[in-house]
Design a protein around this ligand. Structure first.
Ligand code: LLP
Length: 449
């Protein structure tokens, strides 16, 4: 299908179904975004359900066609609600959860417990008990403290809990320091280099209430190169062979984690899902052959690459401040409370006018948020048409880690999420209300005056 939007230099960061509405405005899933904004208010997050479902299928096809024993798990930390869990379950995905909260929401949304993998570097005893009681498919054990705790919790219940061990392979994925995980100096996982990984295999095999099924690594996020995954496959296979020799360990399952990149800006063209799948599975096969190991099943955990492009954030333009010779600020009605990523990681986004998506770029302005902090900037030096107050501006690629990391800073109300598909809009999450902001207060104060 062709669309006039194909002329945009950043068409590829917009959801699949993005198009012009009959009124010449930006439409997603056949819904005009101005009409949605008038109905639901702004800031608004519009979820292209078709884009998300198609990406789920693309990941499954890319990996399952090359590796029949492959499973795609959605990394729920990128964005989670019950409706999203339900859609992921419908698409046959499993899910990576990292807290009791994510676990509860995933289950409530209808994700089967068996398809859940529970991660985290400091799961509490209560969370581990919750996971074992729910019957999660795997606990991905991160450290010795957890190994002991989980062995005890499973034993108390008479359960043999399947686990993977999270290994720290010392592979640098060349991404932001705050989202680099698989290097030696990291809080995550058992390092191969220190001998901890081998000791963990021994300990796990000795624990009768645990069933050690394989190894997990996660290198970082986002990873725009494929070499780190290939390198991780080689390092993990070499370690698996060493562990097999030393302990009789059987390498039945391997997870190379998530981290698959997403294009946020016109310059970014990350590898396709097929390219990741092709090179990762080829490198894994080669490394397995080198060490005479049999094919394990593989579990991949994309978060960002599944949900990132499926959501667009929509804001209303307000104040304009010109500082001649310095900078022009254009402020919108959202910002760091719904998207902390520019402030936290220096992340870049594209922006376009909802009302005039094809309007020429006329000026360079800084798109600022509305919160009381100078660092609350959504896009520094954005090229945009001259936006008028009241005009709507859309930031594509806003699905991953925006709402997941959102806050009530300045008592901001978290925005609603509206799913669009084939001309129909469905509210998945309503906007927070002032009542929500006060719901946890004990009021009037206990034992008051
Ligand atoms: N698996 C594990 C064990 C992870 O820790 C993560 C992300 C993923 C999978 C999914 O990574 P993804 O495919 O989404 O890149 N807040 C940061 C990203 C933090 C990622 C944490 N772990 C951001 O906004 O960029």
């Amino acid at each position: 299908m062709t669309s006039p939007l194909d002329a945009l230099p950043f068409r590829h960061v917009l959801p699949h179904t993005a198009d012009l509405s009959p009124q010449g405005r930006l439409a997603i899933g056949g819904c005009d975004l101005r009409e949605l904004a008038e109905r639901y208010g702004t800031p608004l997050y519009v979820f292209d359900e078709e884009d998300f479902r198609q990406t789920c299928r693309e990941f499954r096809r890319a990996f399952e066609s090359r590796w029949p024993e492959a499973r795609v798990l959605y990394a729920a930390k990128a964005h989670l609600s019950r409706p999203i869990a339900r859609i992921a379950a419908e698409e046959g995905l499993g899910m990576d959860v990292v807290s009791g909260g994510e676990l509860a929401v995933a289950l409530a949304g209808g994700m089967p417990a068996q398809r859940l993998y529970f991660h985290g570097n400091n799961k509490t005893p209560a969370e581990l008990a919750q996971a074992v009681d729910a019957g999660v498919g795997r606990v991905v054990v991160d450290n010795f403290h957890e190994l002991d705790l989980l062995a005890r919790i499973a034993a108390e219940r008479g359960v043999r809990q399947p686990i993977l061990l999270r290994i720290s392979p010392n592979v640098d994925p060349h991404t932001h320091a705050k989202t680099t995980t698989g290097v030696l100096d990291s809080k995550f996982g058992f390092a191969i280099a220190t001998g901890d990984a081998l000791r963990a295999v021994e300990a796990a095999l000795a624990a009768r209430s645990l069933e050690l099924r394989g190894l997990h690594v996660h290198l970082g996020s986002p990873i725009f190169e494929i070499e780190p995954y290939e390198e991780a496959a080689r390092v993990v296979c070499a370690f698996a062979a060493q562990a097999a020799d030393a302990t009789g360990f059987a390498f039945r399952e391997f997870s190379p984690g998530g981290g698959f990149a997403l294009a946020y800006t016109r310059e970014q063209h990350p590898p396709t899902i097929d390219e990741y799948a092709e090179r990762l599975t080829a490198a894994l096969d080669e490394a397995l052959a080198t060490h005479r190991l049999e094919r394990p099943s593989i579990h991949i955990e994309p978060g960002r690459a599944l949900v990132g492009r499926a959501m667009v954030a929509v804001y209303t333009v307000g104040a304009r401040k010109e500082i001649p010779g310095v900078r022009t600020y254009v402020s919108v009605d959202g910002g760091m409370a719904d998207n902390i990523r520019p402030a936290m990681y220096g992340s870049r986004y594209e922006a376009l006018s909802v009302d005039r998506p094809l309007a020429a770029e006329e000026e360079t302005v800084t798109l600022a948020g509305k919160y009381c902090e100078s660092g609350d900037i959504l896009i520094r030096d954005a090229r945009l048409p001259r936006l008028r107050p009241g005009e709507l501006v859309a930031l594509p690629a806003s699905g991953a880690y925006n709402l997941a990391m959102s806050s009530n800073y300045n008592m901001a109300l978290r925005p609603p999420v509206v799913a669009v598909r084939k001309g129909r809009a469905r509210l998945l999450q309503r906007r927070e209300t002032v009542e929500d902001l006060m719901a946890r207060d004990i009021w009037p104060p206990e034992g008051g005056a």
